[in-house]
Each structure stands twice: as C-alpha cells, then as structure tokens.
Design a protein around this ligand. Structure first.
Ligand SMILES: Nc1ncnc2c1ncn2[C@@H]1O[C@H](COP(=O)(O)OP(=O)(O)OP(=O)(O)O)[C@@H](O)[C@H]1O
Ligand SMILES: [Mg+2]
Length: 580
C-alpha cells in the first residue's frame, strides 16, 4: 500500500503549467494557501500509476486579477477573483513498488505531472512516513535519530547510519551554531552500539563530559605525563617517532632549503634501516627482518641514527696518496640535520614522540595501542567503542603532525586487514580546519593533508569513515570536503563558507542554501546519502552536553566575587602542562 494515499478533496489545487522540473499549481482555496510555506514538501499525481512526484515549494503568490482579465477567467467552471499560484520544484519520484521493495524514493524524474493533476501538501503522518522512506532507516530498535523535523516537530528525524559513515560526513556551522552538540548527539548513539568503533579528535577537551562505558578518554602525552611515565593504561597515548613514515620523518628533520637536503635524506634513510635491522635482529624477528621496509612500524633507537650521522659527518677516508687522509663523502654535510634531530628530541612539546625507555619502544606496544584505538567496543582488550582523544594541551603548530599520525595508523591497520575481517571505524575530526587545512603551511600539515585526502578518497573501501567538523569549511582541504557525501549544515553566516556548502547541494536544490544564515542554534540542514532530501532538522539535545565553554561575560563581570586563577595559568604556560 502506498504511504501517500491522498483523497481528492484534500488536494491543494491543480497543475496549471509544467516544464522540466518546475510545476505551477493553482490554489483556489485561500485558507489552504495561507497554510502553505516555502520549502515544504508536496506530492503530485504522476501520469504513471503507482508513481508520485515529490516537489518542494519555492514560491507562493497571491494576485488579484484585474477587472479586464477577469472575464477570461470567469469563462472557466469556477470564478475566482484571485489567481493564487504556487511554484514547485520537482525533486524526485516515490514509487509504490520497485521490484520486491515497496515505497522507494528516487531522485529521478521519469515522468512529469499532467495538466490538472492534483497536488497535495505533505503534512503530519504523511510527512513522517515519507521521511522514513527517504532516509531508508535501518537498524531496527537502534536507529540513528538526530532530532525532529522543523516542518513537523512531532515527527522524529532518523537518518541512515550506514550511509552517514560509509561515504563521509561534513558538519559545518559558524561558531556557537551547535556543531559540538550535534556531534555529541551522534557520539552518544554510536557509543550505545555493542561493537561501536569511533575515534574522536577533540581539540578543546569538550567531549570530556561524555559518560558511560561506551566511551574511553585518552590524551596525547604531555610533558607532565612523560615525567610521570604514564602509559596507555593511564589513558595516555604516545605516538613514538618510529611510527612515522619516512616521508614524515624527512619533512620534520630535513630542512628542504638546505643544499645538502637530498644527501641528508638519503643518509637518514640508510641509518634508519640499519637501526631497524638492529632492533629486529636483537629480538629474533627473522620473518620481519626478511621483508620490512623503511615505513614498517618497527621500533628503532634514534640514538643509533644520531651516532651514525655523527660518524659520517666527521668521517675521514684514505686520500689518493698513501698515508694521506681526506674528508669523507658526507663530511660536515650533515651538521644541520644532526642539530635538528637533537634539537627536536629536547623539545618538551614533542615529548609524545620520544617516550621514556620502556614506555612505547617495545614490540608489543603497537598491538596494545591498536587494540585500544581500533578494537571496537566488543573487542578483547578494547575498553569502549568511542575513543575520545583530547588534544587540548597540544600546541597548534604540531597538531597536524599528531592527528595525522593517529589517522594514518587507523587507515593503515584497516588497509592491512584482510577483506571480511575489517571492523569499520569512524574518525570524528572536530575543528578540522586546524589540521586538514586548505593551505599547508608546514611539512607536518602536508603529511596530515595527504593522509586525510587518502582516507577521503579510499576510506570507504577499507571501512574508514570521516566526520569532518568545522566552522570554516572554506579553510578545510577541498578534496576532503568534496568527498563528503553527507552534509549537516548549521547556521553559517560567512559568504565563502556558504558557497562551499552550496556547491555540495544538488543543483535543483541550490535555493536551500539561502536558509543557511537564518537557521536557529541547534537547527541543521541535512542532506546526502543518509537522507535523500535536504531536510531542516532541529537537533535534539545530547544527554551529556559537551563542555562548550560558553562564558557569560556580563554576568561574570557583574559578579563581585569572580576571580581568575592567573598565576596558575602563567605557571601552566611555562610548564606546558595544565595545572588543575
Ligand atoms: N541542539 C541544540 N539545542 C539547544 N541548544 C543548543 C543546541 N546546540 C547548541 N546549542 C547551544 O549553543 C551553544 C553552542 O553550541 P556548540 O558548542 O555545539 O557550538 P559549536 O558550533 O560547536 O561552536 P564552535 O565552532 O565554537 O565549537 C551550546 O552551549 C548550547 O547552549
Ligand atoms: Mg564546537
């Protein structure tokens, strides 16, 4: 049975003119006209039985007809002193039956309505049922609900949880529009699932409030954690240098403007291979020894590399004449590299790269870290499905480096999993413009961008989904943005950012972009694979609100006893560790 069974007498009016995608409907009943609103949905009878055309109202006009023309109109069956027209953009077809499936919505228009066909406003039950069809909601009892439709506050807005994560999602909106709350709402529902698997890059520690056994809270090791020798068991994550790709190591340690840069990169690659060989030999990992490459995640001692570089940098070889000595091939050519390598090692902010001896330098550490990060809620050794990594104490210039490393780790593990054994994982990238920028300003940013572009393009095949969250979509890498097939757009006031979002809307619906600046806080325009029609949704509040940190300036200023802990702040800044 059709979900849209309208009775003729409920019709708004009849089709008066038709072109490819636009239909004009004449509405004689002024009461009905008044109830209509732009952007509401309508259904039209199609010339094919079992098909209904679905459209969006674009324009409503009410015109009094001039005396002189009224005569023409009055020749019709009914006389009306007005000509009320509703302009509708057709957006798709609802098929009562499509093969074995019933009630299928398609974004295609195989037919157009006939002149005089009836047009119906979609409201109440009809709307709810239709929305259920377009999001093709699956998952039985555990459906993904965003909130309610603005069109109809009684209808719950579900979206398709498979499609949302399969082909990446973009959550955008000006500051304070409700992105973090929306994210929290999604995370909460993800965390409930028995085998949930997601990683959240939390830039401001906002999601620390998310509670329940579906969540694990981690932070990247800061100077204080390193002094205290904190480990994974304490929720502290190191990202040892030996996990970095060769490319990333070179971009970090070799100064590209140095004339010796190619030599330095080459020497470094040899020294790293040697150091990895030494590690593998010592541990009797013979099978790996035979096949590993410079990019294999095998620990090595950075001190071995430094020693070798030092040796080459001061090496003297036998001269042409017996008994004489001359400078070796790399003599004094590696000084800058050595300086940078040892300089970075003493940079306390980079401490997470250089875990203390015994913390993240053994063979088993990677297995533990991967299990914790990617195991999923039900995995043995896993602790919760949604892993929230707090980056709030990480200085902004090294952020792309770290986030990129975690993302790369996730992607590579998925890539090296056999088909059929992959457990899908979603990466929630809050404040993505900070580490997936459109304009790379450092080697680290370039590396992060490359990683995320790769995930955006190939992630679907390996079960890695991105949720890119940003207040400045225009500043997020364009390749990544353009691969996002789901859009949750909240209020957006900046013109450049609006244009980015408009480009993601289907052509026939470009007009929906006009809503962007006037959306309410917590209200979103949602469109994409997960919900086939752009829909305005009022996102429901999450159970645990994120710590958005909105400070009431006026009230605080008015409060006679308010005081700030400035000394602590200065001391924290000095120590590069937040003193609580
Ligand atoms: N769905 C909602 N319902 C009601 N209020 C909301 C909703 N979403 C957000 N708000 C209000 O708006 C405030 C800001 O929301 P949120 O922190 O999610 O913004 P944001 O878009 O993440 O901003 P920023 O880009 O600065 O991080 C919240 O503190 C809350 O008061
Ligand atoms: Mg936010």
């Amino acid at each position: 049975m059709s979900i849209l069974d309208f009775a003729d007498e409920d019709a708004l009016g009849c089709v008066q003119s038709v072109d490819t995608t636009t239909v004009i409907v004449r509405v004689d009943d002024v009461e009905r006209l008044r109830a209509l609103q732009v952007n509401r949905l309508v259904a039209l009878r199609s010339s094919l039985a079992g098909h209904k055309l679905i459209g969006v109202i674009h324009k409503i006009t009410r015109t009094a007809i001039e005396e002189s023309k009224r005569a023409d109109v009055e020749q019709g069956e009914e006389a009306h002193p007005e000509l009320n027209l509703v302009r509708i953009t057709l957006i798709g077809t609802l098929l009562d039956k499509d093969g074995a499936r019933s009630n299928v919505f398609r974004r295609t228009l195989e037919t157009v309505p006939e002149i005089d066909a009836h047009c119906f406003a979609m409201e109440g039950e009809h709307l709810t049922r239709f929305m259920g069809v377009i999001s093709e909601v699956t998952g039985g009892a555990q459906r993904l609900s965003l909130g309610t439709y603005t069109l109809d506050p009684n209808a719950e807005a579900y979206i398709n949880g498979n499609r949302l994560f399969q082909r990446h999602a973009l959550v955008v909106g000006s500051t304070g529009s409700g992105k973090s709350w929306t994210t929290a709402r999604l995370l909460e529902q993800v965390a409930e699932l028995d085998s949930a698997n997601a990683i959240v890059f939390d830039m401001h520690g906002e999601y620390a409030s998310m509670q329940g056994d579906g969540f694990v809270h981690l932070r990247v090791a800061g100077p204080g954690d390193i002094d205290a020798r904190k480990t994974l068991a304490d929720g502290v994550l190191h990202l040892p240098y030996w996990l970095m790709s060769y490319e990333a190591l070179v971009s970090m340690f070799v100064d590209r403007s140095d004339q010796n840069a190619p030599n330095q990169a080459m020497v470094m690659s040899r020294a790293i291979i040697d150091a990895k060989t030494r590690f593998l030999t010592a541990g009797n990992h013979n099978e790996i020894l035979a096949n590993f490459t410079i990019d294999s995640p095998v620990p090595f001692a950075i001190s071995d590399v430094l020693t070798e570089l030092d040796r080459l940098n001061s090496e003297m070889v036998e001269g042409a004449r017996a008994g004489t000595e001359k400078q070796g091939e790399f003599h004094s050519k590696l000084s800058r590299l050595i300086q940078r390598l040892s300089g970075k090692q003493t940079d306390r902010r980079l401490g997470f790269l250089y875990p203390a001896a015994g913390v993240a330098d053994d063979y088993a550490w990677l297995d533990q870290a991967v299990t914790l990060l990617l195991g999923g809620r039900s995995a043995k050794g896993g602790r919760g499905g949604v892993k929230i990594i707090d980056f709030s104490e990480v200085p902004s210039d090294i952020l792309p480096l770290i986030v990129g490393m975690v993302a790369r780790l996730a992607f590579l593990v998925q890539q090296w999993s056999a088909q059929g054994t992959r457990h899908p994982v979603a990466l929630f990238c809050d404040e993505a413009h900070l580490y997936i920028p459109q304009d790379a300003n450092s080697g680290a940013a370039e590396n992060a961008i490359a990683t995320f572009e790769r995930i955006a393009k190939e992630g679907r095949k390996y079960g890695v989904g991105l949720v890119v969250i940003s207040q400045r979509p225009a500043e997020v890498n364009r390749t990544v943005v353009s691969q996002c097939n789901n859009l949750i757009a909240m209020r957006l006031t900046n013109g450049d950012d609006q244009n980015v979002v408009r480009r993601l809307l289907p052509d026939s619906l470009g007009g929906f972009g006009d809503l962007l600046p006037i959306l309410d806080t917590g209200e979103a325009l949602v469109v994409g694979d997960a919900i086939l029609l752009p829909t305005r949704i009022r996102i429901a509040k999450p159970v645990n609100e994120p710590l958005s940190g909105t400070i009431d300036f006026w009230d605080r200023w008015a409060d006679g006893s308010a005081a700030a802990a400035l000394e602590k702040a200065v001391e924290s800044w000095r120590r590069q560790t937040l003193i609580k």
